[in-house]
Ligand binder design. Structure first.
Ligand code: AHR
Length: 504
């Protein structure tokens, strides 16, 4: 049992770095039904849509204030040729999506993606094709998107319905170039990045933010080489703005000797604990990659962009493995809460992150099933954390008990706090113990303030939302606490997320 209660102290007058809203971003790949049937249903669909883009999905993403979305992959990005996805849809080529073994109609292309971004209010994050493309193809895509009319490519964009430059800013130069993106060595990719990035233009409305492929998991050599070769090349020291990191919680991280088989549903407390430990491993990864980055870039100009993260379980019985569909339970919401807390801990370096993936694939916030769209428990985690967007981090001190599983340590309770420009304070808490409640005493709060508290918990550890029970796991108002003076005391139930908001 932890010391009773766990004492936490907020320092509301010591604002730290800004928590970039972009750490709450999403990712959509042409994979399974992430794009087709979920984001894109087509203009003739009986499912309500605006210009082919599904309206219930758009409104659910607006509710969590989705700040950005990465597209078109993933591995698919390094096989994608953007010209196949522009112009009249009836003339776009129907082809095989070699990456994921399905048919690609190209109905959802550049203009449709940017329309989706406009409808949701998200900033586009485009990942260009370095693996099977050319420098010319990538630089032309940037010109097509961002140049003012008056060039052949910009005029083509105008003829295709969008005279105004799109102003795309975030640009990935390849994806997982050490793996599906070309199986390159860090030394080779570093040179490729320098070459490609050189020709990607800046336009009046949009200085490009160039994101290099970064390490997968614990490939510290990759980070070392990229920082050594690309953080300040002599003739263009600012060429690299971001370095990506991919980490999936799949039970296979070191120091685990054996890959754990983890299931999306039907698990108990023991597997819950393993997942919590493997989820929190992200904090170690970020700390270690950041330490390498610090040596080359102490001013933290170059940002860490965690552009793929989330849970990845064994395939659901009967599901086609290549679609990467999996249910999302309360546990996945806890993974998100732990991960956000880690990003916030490292707000000085982590500028953007993209949960993989937005609908129907891996760590999704939404599951669509015919005309129905389900908000997963994970959606509720994003919703509870939205008040941290662009707020300034506040310190929370406390003697948090640490737990251990599979050779990894993780906090019994993780927390973060922030204050917005207009003075709203938010404290989020993630309680990772699946069986025992925990008492807390949180001091340093604004005395006499009105508090709005929400909790996400469930009747079983693997509770999830389905067509029959779409709101089984949903955040609800919470009043089970005592707030006297500047201290809030409460007993948190096992396995829950709490968000406390104190208006200014
Ligand atoms: O998100 C699924 C896949 O995982 C992505 O395509 C790839 O980048 C990663 O390996």
């Amino acid at each position: 049992m932890p010391p009773s209660p766990v004492k936490l102290t907020l320092a509301p007058d010591q604002p730290g770095p800004q928590i970039s809203r972009h750490i709450f971003g999403q990712f959509a790949e042409h994979l399974g039904t992430c794009v087709y049937d979920s984001i894109w249903v087509g203009e003739d669909s009986p499912i309500p849509n605006v210009r082919g883009i599904r309206s219930d999905v758009v409104s659910a993403l607006r509710e969590i204030r989705m700040p950005n979305i990465r597209w078109p992959g993933g591995c698919f990005a390094d096989a994608y040729h953007w010209r196949n996805g522009i112009g009249p849809r009836s003339r776009r080529p129907r082809m095989r999506n070699d990456t994921w073994g399905q048919i690609e109609t190209n109905a959802f292309g550049t203009h449709e993606f940017l329309d989706f971004c406009a409808q949701t209010g998200a900033a586009p994050v485009i990942c260009g094709n370095l693996g099977s493309g050319t420098v010319q193809e990538m630089r032309d895509w940037v010109e097509y998107l961002n140049a003012p009319t008056g060039t052949v490519l910009a005029d083509e964009r105008a003829a295709n319905g969008h005279p105004e430059p799109y102003g795309v800013r975030y640009w990935g130069v390849g994806n997982e170039s050490w793996g599906c993106g070309g199986l390159m060595r860090a030394e080779y990719y570093a040179d490729e990045f320098r070459r490609y990035a050189t020709y990607l233009g800046n336009y009046e409305k949009s200085k490009l933010f160039r994101i290099a492929t970064g390490p997968g998991l614990d490939d510290y050599h990759w980070t070392e080489v990229m920082m050594r070769e690309c953080s300040a090349p002599r003739f263009n020291p600012g060429i690299m703005d971001g370095l990506s990191l991919h980490y999936y919680m799949n039970g296979g991280v070191p120091p685990a000797k054996v890959q754990r088989t983890l299931h999306a549903t039907g698990f108990g407390a023991a597997e819950w604990r393993t997942v919590m430990a493997h989820a929190w491993y992200v904090d170690d990864l970020i700390a270690r990659h950041s330490a390498i980055m610090d040596r080359y870039d102490p001013a933290k100009r170059i940002k860490l962009i965690v552009d793929e993260w989330g849970s990845w379980y064994a395939a659901e019985p009967g599901a086609k493995t290549s679609t990467l569909f999996q249910q999302q339970t309360l546990r996945d919401a806890l993974i998100s809460a732990l991960t956000f807390h880690s990003f916030i801990n490292h707000a000085e370096r982590v500028h953007m992150a993209n949960a993989a993936q937005v609908c129907n694939v891996l760590h999704s916030v939404l599951l669509t099933n015919g005309p129905v769209t389900i908000r997963t428990p994970n959606w509720h985690a994003f919703h509870l954390f939205a008040p941290h967007q662009d707020a300034h981090r506040l310190p929370v001190a406390g003697d948090i008990p640490q737990l251990e599983d599979d050779g990894l340590t993780y906090p019994r309770l993780s927390t973060a706090a922030s204050r917005t420009a207009d003075g709203v304070i938010t404290v989020t808490l993630a309680h990772t113990d699946p069986e025992e409640p925990v008492e807390i005493a949180l001091s340093g709060l604004p005395p006499g303030a009105k508090v709005h508290a929400r909790i996400l918990a469930a009747d079983t550890l693997d509770a999830c939302n389905t067509v029959k029970a779409p709101d089984r796991v949903a955040a609800r108002d919470w009043t089970d606490f005592n707030f006297t003076g500047s201290t809030l005391t409460a007993t948190l139930p096992p396995a829950c997320i709490v968000a406390l908001t104190f208006p200014s």
